[in-house]
Write a new protein. Structure first.
Length: 521
């Protein structure tokens, strides 16, 4: 069922970019340089993005003692059999040029004593290839450089629907402080970030409400690998803490910090050959298991051996000090929290989806790079590389007929956000099982209502809640179907990987708007 919408404003563009982080702004800049009229819509302000909070850095092949094949190998190993190797190689190969373009734009990276860009090592990497800025403020520096590029962005604007026709995308329906509006455009790029707000604890900003996943599904695109939610193993723990929590970058362990439990024993000893620098899914499971065994809510990160900690990690130091922890002298209490969505809207390595004119880049996209578990610091890499390519690919739609003739929005399913977060945190966290996943899906069915998101008291909140509800349902369906443990999807009732499930499980919406499996073409 659809509802007619009264429009307060209109605009025209060759490309609408939804999201103001690294992927969105990189694509917008690239498309603008090619002569396209680009309008970027961002729900929050200039720094209300996941990019802003990225600490570790950008994984890019080092000029000495490293290679593309080594980076590909590390990525595929972390991806637990679901990476598309050609996609991995393509994106990794684009890393150096993407970083050079960012540097030309004014981004400043930390230098070593030799005057060259400094590099560190993170979990899952076989060498030091992670470049960083401001010690542990790489994302903030990337965001600053892109914000200062002077691209037109309409802040405080959320997209409720992508309008399509026989030839693909025709525009979007949005809501801003000016009211409801429509942007007529033949191309739309989803760059909305992740779905961390599905959970009670997350490293993501408040706007990470799975908007792009829902918009892609509603527009007819496929999603895949949503069951692979990466939980960052070391998020700063405070008793009763909720919402966005500061993460303690993997680079801290790369510089020598160790994980110990509340009794002082190593958390990862005999768990993985790389110990505390094992891939994130391994470390998160090890921490979760130790917490269950000891009945504690956290473990500790011991960083007291790192010289110059406050200078190397100023952001982390400030976060710790704000809770009364001095990392130079105290153990840092940490626990896993929702961090990164490894799957997303299915695209190629240029951001193209199966819907003509609809593109996706960054965390919202599933390019085949991450597989079942993202390798540390490959996220900013992907945002830069695929963002640039998607901005260029959007030129394919230049001159295509666009225009939204009839403005209406569809009804959608809603559940109370607190209920969704409670169900997902309890039943779809680091470790899952069939009983819990089925219970969450049943209870979600019991509490949903159907209405037009634009009729909510706060329309942007309505759009977000509808997106979270659809994303939760889709993720639970995928997690139930994946009757194995692989990457960052751990089923306690199916602890081993299964060869027959060594592939993605694509999902589309059926004619009634419900998620269902649909093989990719």
């Amino acid at each position: 069922m659809t509802t007619r919408v009264s429009i307060d404003w209109e605009a025209e563009a060759d490309l609408v970019v939804i999201g103001g982080g690294v992927a969105g702004l990189t694509a917008a800049r690239t498309a603008s340089l090619r002569g396209l009229r680009v309008l970027t819509l961002s729900k929050g302000g200039p720094t209300d993005t996941s990019t802003q909070y990225a600490q570790g850095g950008i994984a890019v092949v080092a000029p000495h003692g490293d290679s593309v094949e080594s980076h590909v190998h590390d990525t595929v190993e972390a991806g637990a059999g679901l990476c598309e190797v050609d996609a991995v190689r393509s994106i990794v190969e684009g890393g150096q040029a993407a970083v050079a373009a960012l540097t030309d734009l004014g981004a400043v990276f930390d230098l070593g004593r030799d005057g060259q860009i400094s590099r560190t090592r993170e979990g899952g990497h076989s060498t030091r290839r992670i470049i960083h800025a401001g010690g542990d403020a790489t994302g903030a520096e990337v965001q600053r450089a892109l914000n200062e590029a002077g691209l037109p962005v309409l802040f405080g604007a959320a997209v409720g629907e992508i309008v399509t026709g026989p030839n693909g995308v025709r525009g979007v329906v949005a809501v801003s402080e000016k009211g409801f509006g429509v942007v007529h455009a033949p191309a739309v790029l989803l760059a909305t970030g992740g779905l961390g707000q599905l959970y009670a604890l997350s490293t993501n900003p408040p706007g990470a409400t799975a908007d792009g996943i829902a918009l892609g599904l509603w527009a007819g695109a496929a999603v895949a690998d949503l069951e692979f939610v990466q939980f960052h193993p070391t998020v700063l723990y405070t008793p009763g803490g909720m919402g966005r929590r500061p993460l303690i970058s993997e680079a801290v362990r790369g510089e020598g910090a160790t994980l110990v439990d509340t009794e002082g024993n190593s958390v990862t000893a005999r768990v993985h050959p790389r110990g505390d620098l094992a891939p994130r899914d391994v470390v998160s499971r090890a921490i979760a298991a130790r917490m269950r065994a000891l009945g504690t809510e956290h473990v500790y990160l011991d960083a007291r051996s790192i010289d110059g900690f406050a200078q190397r990690f100023p952001t982390i130091t400030a976060s710790c000090l704000a809770t009364g922890i001095d990392p130079r002298t105290d153990l840092i209490p940490v626990a896993p929290a929702a961090h990164y969505q490894c799957g997303g809207v299915v695209t190629d390595t240029h951001g193209r989806t199966g819907v003509p004119g609809l593109y996706a880049a960054g965390e919202v996209a599933r390019t085949g790079l991450h597989g079942a578990n993202r390798l540390a610091s490959n996220s900013l890499l992907e945002g830069l590389v695929v963002g640039e390519r998607a901005g260029a690919a959007a030129a394919e739609r230049f001159g295509e007929r666009a225009g939204v003739s009839e403005i209406s929005t569809r009804t959608a399913e809603f559940a109370d956000r607190a209920v969704v977060q409670s169900l997902m945190t309890t039943h779809a966290s680091v470790v899952r099982d069939r009983a819990g996943l089925a219970e969450a899906l049943k209870r979600l069915d019991d509490v949903v209502v159907r209405r037009d998101p634009h009729t909510a008291a706060h329309p942007i909140t309505g759009i977000e809640d509808a997106a979270l509800t659809l994303a939760a349902r889709t993720l639970l369906l995928a997690a139930l179907a994946r009757t194995e443990s692989r990457g960052c999807h751990t089923r306690s009732d199916h602890p081993d990987a299964v060869d027959e499930l060594r592939h993605s499980l694509p999902i589309r919406l059926d004619d009634d708007g419900a998620p269902e499996y649909a093989p990719l073409p």
